[in-house]
Write a protein that binds this ligand. Structure first.
Ligand code: PFF
Length: 451
């Protein structure tokens, strides 16, 4: 680290924390419904291509930028190329993206925590199967429920950040990530053993290329980046906490494999159950709140236990991601000279304020009548943060990395100052970083926006 910041204690800690950032609502809430919209396995195929060719390259890029500079994004870019200080704008753009993502993240996490609570108290299991759509609508339109749960969730997140990088983030991630894996595996086993489960697997793994258009490709690209938490500087911050002797390629590979596996496992847990209960698999953003409770109800008494486990899983996954978003913004202000804890509290207050607006703008909420361009505020933030902002940030970052930053610095960082053998460097740098990733990002962005 260029400065004497506290970082993670081990490579395992880095992997758990960064996988915690990557695995989140994107994997369990968004990935299955995007797969449903854009052709099942066809979507999965494009997704895997994007994740490994672009997402993982960006993950390594951000780790190198973070560890080499020792700073959060606004300072990291100029530190690596002092002659061109304007690159700090890319860092600031990332902070703006993180700020928006955290606001919508808090809203959805609030719903999830609310549903967890309602599954524990038995409220959910007392609802008739045809009542869940109405229940979800009433929940999100309630003047107090989404906000109360949002604030409680934010308080948990803030507590971890106040605990610090090692005793807060690293410790909590090491504890929660294994629990998450066990929970998702448990749900998969239950889902796969339901009668008619094979139809769900067919839906997920049978490619329907007719549903895949350019808009879909951009959405999948955005999802691949969003899911790995790249294109907005968050992994630059975690990169600045990576120990000097950690192998960046290995670390990034582990994180990517974890992220993809959990997304696919979430699909395996959700779709067979959806089909077994005769529900609509293309349920969109409401899928896990409107459709899954029906599935749990149709399992009889164990259904309540599975509902509790599922919403716990989703809440924990959301928590480790929200932690990294709040940490990114906190580290940014701390690098500008603010006290760390003051920064964390300040960001939380600002996020709570924006989060309340976003929460109230969802279907039926107090502000849902405000619809510039025909979309409410929630849909705007969802579209921007899910599809548009990350690819633009990713494109700028990879251009900086491949064409502005010194090649020798990158080599030095990836080889841990010559200690590791990096025979793959040429392919990585000259092909993936300089050409494949920027070209794929540019084409998908332009085609997606034009169509
Ligand atoms: N990767 C998270 C998800 O898939 O839900 C979202 C996310 C978390 C994006 C943290 C960006 C970030 F900094």
């Amino acid at each position: 680290m260029a400065n004497n910041k506290t970082g993670f204690t081990s490579s395992f800690g880095v992997i758990m924390a960064a996988a915690g950032s990557a695995v989140g609502l994107g994997n369990i809430w968004r990935f299955p419904y995007i797969c449903g919209q854009y052709g099942g396995a066809a979507c999965l195929f494009v997704y895997l291509l994007f994740v490994f060719l672009i997402g993982m390259v960006l993950l390594m890029t951000e780790f190198v930028i973070g560890r080499r500079s020792g700073f959060s994004p606004e300072k990291a870019f100029p530190a690596l190329c002092p002659k061109r200080p304007a690159w700090k704008l890319v860092g600031l753009y990332g902070m703006f993206t993180c700020f928006l993502i955290l606001s919508i993240y808090l809203v959805i996490s609030g719903w999830t925590l609310g549903y967890f609570w309602e599954s524990v108290t038995g409220t959910l299991s007392s609802i008739a199967n045809d009542g869940f759509a109405d229940h979800f609508e009433a929940f999100v339109a309630s003047p107090w429920k989404p906000v109360v749960f949002l604030v409680v969730f934010l308080a948990f997140t803030l507590l971890v950040i106040l605990g610090g990088v090692q005793k807060g983030i690293e410790k909590v991630s090491k504890l929660l990530m294994p629990i998450l894996l066990v929970l998702v595996l448990l749900l998969c086993v239950r889902s796969l053993t339901l009668p008619g489960a094979s139809k769900g697997l067919d839906y997920l793994f049978h490619p329907n290329f007719a549903l895949l258009n350019w808009e879909g490709i951009l959405a999948i690209l955005g999802q691949a980046l969003f899911s790995l938490s790249v294109g907005m500087g968050a992994m630059i911050v975690y990169g600045s906490y990576i120990p000097r002797d950690s192998n960046i390629l290995k670390t990034a590979t582990w994180i990517t494999v974890c992220d993809v596996s959990i997304a696919v496992l979430a699909g395996i847990a959700i779709f067979p159950a959806v089909f077994a209960a005769g529900q609509d698999p293309a349920g969109g953003p409401g899928l896990v709140y409107q459709v899954l409770p029906v599935v749990f109800n149709s399992m009889g008494t164990v259904g309540q236990i599975f509902a509790i486990l599922f919403f716990l899983l989703l809440s924990l996954a959301a928590l480790t991601s929200a932690i990294s978003l709040l940490e990114t913004l906190t580290a940014w202000l701390a690098d500008r000279g603010m006290k760390r804890n003051v920064a964390a509290v300040l960001v939380s207050v600002a996020e709570a304020a924006l989060g309340v607006f976003v929460a109230y703008s969802f279907n039926g909420g107090l502000l849902s009548h405000i619809t510039p361009g025909g979309m409410n505020l929630f849909d705007w933030v969802d579209k921007l943060t899910g599809a548009y902002l990350p690819p633009i940030g990713a494109l700028l970052t990879v251009i900086f990395f491949g064409w502005v930053m010194k090649k020798e610095d990158i080599y030095d960082e990836l080889s841990n100052h010559g200690v590791l053998k990096v025979s793959w460097f040429k392919v990585f740098y000259h092909i993936l970083v300089r050409f494949v990733a920027p070209a794929a990002l540019l084409v998908s962005l332009v085609a997606g926006i034009l169509t």
